[in-house]
Design a protein around this ligand. Sequence first.
Ligand SMILES: Cc1cc2nc3c(=O)[nH]c(=O)nc-3n(C[C@H](O)[C@H](O)[C@H](O)COP(=O)(O)OP(=O)(O)OC[C@H]3O[C@@H](n4cnc5c(N)ncnc54)[C@H](O)[C@@H]3O)c2cc1C
Length: 321
Amino acid sequence: MSVIAFAKNWEGKFKKSTYELVSYAKELAFRLNTQTLVLSIGEVEESELEKLVQYGADKIISVDDSRLNILSSRIYAEVISQVVNKEDASYVILSDNNSGKAISPRLSVKLKAGLAAGVLDVPKSLDPFVIKKQVFTGKAFAYVQIDSEKKILTLSKNSFGIVENPTSLNLVKFTPELSDDLFKIKVKSVESSDNKIILADADIVVSAGRGMKSADNWQPVEDLASVMGAATACSRPVSDDGWRGHEEHVGQTGKVIAPNLYFAIGISGAIQHVAGVSRSKCIVAINTDPEAPIFSVADYGVVGDAMIVLPELTEIIRNGE
Ligand SMILES: Cc1cc2nc3c(=O)[nH]c(=O)nc-3n(C[C@H](O)[C@H](O)[C@H](O)COP(=O)(O)OP(=O)(O)OC[C@H]3O[C@@H](n4cnc5c(N)ncnc54)[C@H](O)[C@@H]3O)c2cc1C
């Protein structure tokens, strides 16, 4: 009956979204009067695994196998299903990120478990199990009922928050039975086209729109992103016009993101743009037009010319003022 959270690591490290996932699993387990188990796959040092205890992991199950350092949704679904069956867990929680989206449908088939993707809250009721999730790229939400015995939820980023709930360390190793067949496809290396932070995983995103006037004016945007350790993004017309690549386009028809901090620079705030970024924890808008709709969804706003504001802001942050 326990709750298992799958804690994905990025090169052996967890992110804030992992701690949010464990916090959520803890709350669900508390409501169900059961244990919170956290599963880690691939090589992660004990000191990193120990951090999960702070957010309520009653038991940490580590599948410490170097062959699993690179994510394969097929193999990870197999590993998770073996752990779920061994622990007789009823609830599996994954982050609603690229890996969670890739693993959860396979897992759902393996476990014959109902899946609610993009969950936004704790269950509205436990029996029947009813939960709130996002639909239509975040423009609406729905309550869905899961009737299967096992249930899988993928948790939307920034929908629950990080809650400290310290327990004591109970770390166990698990060795799944994995046939050679599963390793027929080998990832020999992973190379990113540049050293940039991946937009979908970024905690901070610096995004700019048509207000930048031309592709040649992007250096101040890059500079701010660089000092903040942020990913860069853009509005749709910017990528349609070829100023930036389509992989940066956020919104209804682009990527839907929920970073902790989102800078909207020279972006008017059209509904189709906001649909993709409205779940950011904090939105900072920089725009010359005080009436721009983006200010109605922003937490902080600067009315000003991006070409003047950005270099000054970057300098202040660089100097740690
Ligand atoms: C079906 C459909 C789907 C769509 N999907 C998406 C989507 O996924 N994502 C998306 O982004 N759009 C999408 N759009 C387009 C959307 O409707 C808007 O047209 C688009 O978001 C506007 O982009 P923008 O804010 O960069 O440009 P604009 O609307 O032209 O706004 C530019 C802003 O920059 C400001 N500005 C000008 N100069 C400066 C300066 N020097 N400094 C600071 N600010 C300045 C202006 O005041 C203005 O507010 C979609 C549209 C449709 C119909």
